[in-house]
Design a protein around this ligand. Structure first.
Ligand code: B12
Length: 237
């Protein structure tokens, strides 16, 4: 009973602290179901039993400016959001470590395999498992309050934190992202849990060619971003 109360109080204390660092959403995932994921290095998850998922929202106005391609301002906001998340994750991991809990912040946007486009771990999978939102038809995490207008980061930890559970998919019959995708990449398939592969939700090569092959080559953009399926999603508008 004492341990149960301690975990409850400590989880609340850590979540409040992370919100105090500037996060908008925070949830705790059990690491066990995440062991199905391809991670880099392959033993990344071994020392940990919890994954803290952290999201920050993005300014509404930047999406209003996007019509058929990412804007230079969106590029700058993308970079600032990544930096902000990396700082929040770093400070969270250090706070957990100071309390005696082995912890590792995972970078917000670091690509480790540029051929197959994989990171150390999928922040969306962690966020979904931690109950921040569901995996939408656009393959992104959709949160009830901000839609996909969030960026994500993860802190792996051994801290005794209470876990949150996944929430129900609310995409329903909506096809706004499928209709608006400039690459016609989104298949419009729903999932009650998560897609088994990227190709189950989308023609992944079309998305990649548009974002990496075209948008990242716009001189004042220079990074693989798009923003259109985020903009048109009714959640967060
Ligand atoms: C490489 C990368 C890209 C590549 C490849 C994208 C991709 N879908 O893999 C490219 C350059 C194309 C890209 C494009 C974009 N990206 Co990107 N990208 C990444 C990065 C760095 C790694 C992704 C990765 O490892 N993918 C591997 C695949 C297999 O995983 P996945 O896409 O997450 O999908 C699988 C899992 O999520 C799994 N899953 C979901 N829940 C669960 C639960 C369990 C238990 C399990 C086992 C599995 C599981 O189901 C999916 C199918 O296997 C992440 C940051 C990160 N570390 O996560 C950002 C990230 C995914 N990108 C992001 C964004 C926003 C975009 C863009 C919209 C561009 C933009 N900023 O405008 C587009 C949209 C593409 C799309 N619709 O998917 C955000 C998503 C935020 C959100 N709200 O969901 C992330 C999380 C960055 C961040 N820090 O916020 N990206």
């Amino acid at each position: 009973m004492k341990d149960k109360n301690f975990a409850f109080d400590y989880t609340k204390k850590i979540k409040d602290r992370i919100i105090g660092l500037g996060a908008d959403l925070v949830g705790i995932a059990d690491v066990k179901p995440l062991k199905e994921l391809k991670v880099d290095p392959p033993d990344l998850l071994e020392p940990f039993n919890r994954a803290v998922s952290i999201a920050i929202k993005l300014p509404q106005a930047v999406f209003e400016q996007i019509s058929d391609r990412p804007t230079p301002i969106y590029k700058s906001i993308y970079q600032t959001a990544n930096l902000t998340l990396d700082q929040i994750a770093f400070r969270t991991a250090m706070a957990l470590q100071d309390d005696g809990h082995y912890s590792l912040p995972i970078p917000a946007s670091q690509v480790l395999d540029e051929e197959n486009w994989y990171a150390a771990i999928s922040h969306k999978a962690v966020a979904r498992t931690a109950g921040l939102g569901w995996q939408g038809k656009n393959l992104l995490l959709i949160t009830p309050k901000y839609g996909s207008r969030v960026r994500l980061v993860t802190v792996l930890t051994k801290a005794p934190l209470d876990v949150d559970g996944p929430i129900k998919n609310r995409c329903g019959k909506c096809s706004a992202c499928q209709d608006a995708c400039p690459a016609q990449a989104i298949k419009g398939v729903n999932t009650e849990t998560h897609y088994k592969s990227r190709n189950e939700a989308m023609y992944f090569s079309r998305c990649k060619e548009k974002v990496v092959g075209e948008f990242a080559k716009i001189p004042e953009v220079g990074v693989p971003i798009c923003g259109i399926c985020i903009k048109v999603c009714p959640f967060g508008r």
